[in-house]
Design a protein around this ligand. Structure first.
Ligand code: HEM
Length: 454
């Protein structure tokens, strides 16, 4: 009798303690499983071979230029970014097709500051109308940035049908990247079919050397996957930071844009959207007289490690780091490195994010008690109280804290199972490897006339 009671007590204690230890163990196991499936082809930077002091130098090296061909890791990225990953700007190898789409992306994003602010404010106004109570910030942001990107590309208000297709695609990509759900190709293909039907309405001429399908894949990848997912993730991080730091929120609301810019910079330092960006070396990189990184190596540039290095108390959120003259010495590359295919939205994204943040802060008080990690698989649970309404977040915060803990247990197991399956499936399909292995000579350097395979 006593033994049975003891066992019950122990079991209950183990059960009650699950949220405090299980998710971290499952994440560690997931990382090990991924490593087993992917192999250890990558050279971590910074790491034993390349110290943090040479991080930017190696990243900027002309031979650190390959994007897809020759890395098993690329099969996994191509899987998550399908359909048409071979036309996704981020993954295109250098060549005519890359030059043509990169030029067009730059032109699309070259919007005047006032126009970008006005567009962002208008989209925010629609997305925030009647919103109150508990939300998931990423879910709130996706339709907003779907409309924003649509107007950038088509220069006309986003029809509801298009907004839903874009939002469905972006949510699917983001969730599958975080392994909280499988990928749903139907949702993605429906958006692609819409783009294919509407190519003639794009506001700037599309590269003539590409087939219509390739043009649709390019738009899909750059503007309706990357732009929407990245802006939604970045804004969810920013708003969650404000929700978890009421004093910072108050100062940002009352202060000028300089302080808001510091908050944005510190958020991106602590929660960079890229965990790892990889490059395949197209030639040898000589580090010193005795050490050379050979051509064909896969370099894995670790953004969080770089942002933490040399920063005092790097895990603490402190926007004032970016106030003084010391700011220029911080390792901070949220949009990549200028010499090696940085983000083409490095100028536009902060302008639009600032405008949307002002809209949110003018309308709502934000509160949250959930954990905040770089991958943010919980999509940013948060309480939005309209300004001027009674503000008593105590009970909601207690509820969010408990729910977050228990959701973490279940989610970590889901991520383990779905993540393992998707990485295995990606390695089985070998989308990237098969694309470059096909006999078309233009596949060595993607060419405007090359046929797609997906
Ligand atoms: C806050 C939002 C954003 C952040 C933090 C961000 C960050 C980045 C980073 C770090 C890279 C370089 C990765 C590497 O070196 O491999 C990159 C590349 C890229 N980003 Fe962004 N991005 C954001 C928003 C956007 C938006 C709005 C677009 C819209 C089109 C965009 C399009 C791209 C493209 C096309 C590339 C590949 C560039 C190339 O290879 O030529 N990004 N982004």
């Amino acid at each position: 009798m006593l033994t049975a009671a003891l066992i019950t007590v122990v079991l209950l204690a183990v059960l009650a303690s699950l949220p405090w230890w299980l998710p971290a163990r499952v994440v560690a196991l997931r990382v090990r499983v991924f490593e087993r499936i992917n192999g250890d082809e990558g050279i971590p930077v910074p790491g034993d071979l390349v110290p943090v002091e040479r991080f930017e130098q190696v990243y900027a090296h002309p031979a650190a230029g390959g994007r897809s061909k020759g890395a098993a890791l690329s099969d996994v990225f191509w899987y998550w970014l399908s359909p048409g990953p071979e036309m996704h700007q981020e993954h295109l190898e250098a060549g005519d097709a890359y030059d043509a789409v990169a030029r067009l992306t730059r032109r699309m994003l070259a919007v005047r500051r006032t126009e970008a602010e006005e567009l962002a404010r208008r989209c925010a106004g629609r997305a925030l109308r009647d919103v109150r109570g508990l939300v998931r910030l990423r879910d709130l942001m996706i339709p907003l940035w779907a409309e924003f990107s649509y107007e950038l590309v088509f220069a006309e208000p986003c029809p509801r049908e298009a907004r839903d297709l874009i939002a469905g695609n972006a949510a699917d990509v983001a969730s599958s990247l975080k392994c909280t759900s499988l990928r749903h190709m139907g949702r993605r293909d429906r958006l692609n079919a819409y783009l294919l039907r509407n190519l003639h309405r794009v506001r700037l001429p599309l590269p003539e050397g590409l087939t219509p399908r390739q043009q649709a894949y390019y738009l899909h990848g750059a503007f309706f996957t990357t732009a929407v997912v990245q802006l939604s993730e970045a804004m969810a991080h920013l708003l969650l930071v404000l929700a978890r730091h009421p004093a910072v929120q108050e100062r940002a609301r009352a202060g000028d844009d300089r302080y808001l810019d510091q908050v944005i910079a510190e958020t991106m330092r602590l929660y960079p959207l890229f965990g790892i960006a990889h490059r395949i070396t197209t030639g040898d990189i000589e580090l010193d007289a005795r050490t050379t990184i050979p051509a064909g190596s896969v370099l894995c540039f670790n953004y969080p490690a770089f942002h933490h290095a040399g920063c005092p108390d790097p895990g603490r959120f402190d926007p004032d780091r970016f106030a003084g003259p010391g700011a220029k010495d911080l390792n901070h590359i949220p949009f990549g490195v200028a010499a090696n295919r940085p983000c083409p939205a490095w100028r536009l994204a902060p302008i639009a994010m600032r405008a949307v943040t002002r809209e949110v802060l003018d309308r709502h008080v934000l509160d949250s008690s959930v954990t905040h990690t770089r991958s943010m698989p919980h999509r940013g649970p948060c309480l939005l109280t309209p300004r001027g309404a009674p503000h008593r977040p105590g009970r909601a915060l207690a509820y969010l804290r408990v729910r977050d803990r228990w959701e973490g247990v279940w989610r970590s197991l889901v991520q383990l199972v779905l993540g393992t399956y998707m990485v295995w499936d990606a390695r089985r399909l070998r989308l990237c490897e098969r694309h470059f292995a096909s006999d078309a000579p233009e596949n060595t350097h993607a060419h405007p006339g090359s046929r797609h395979s997906s």
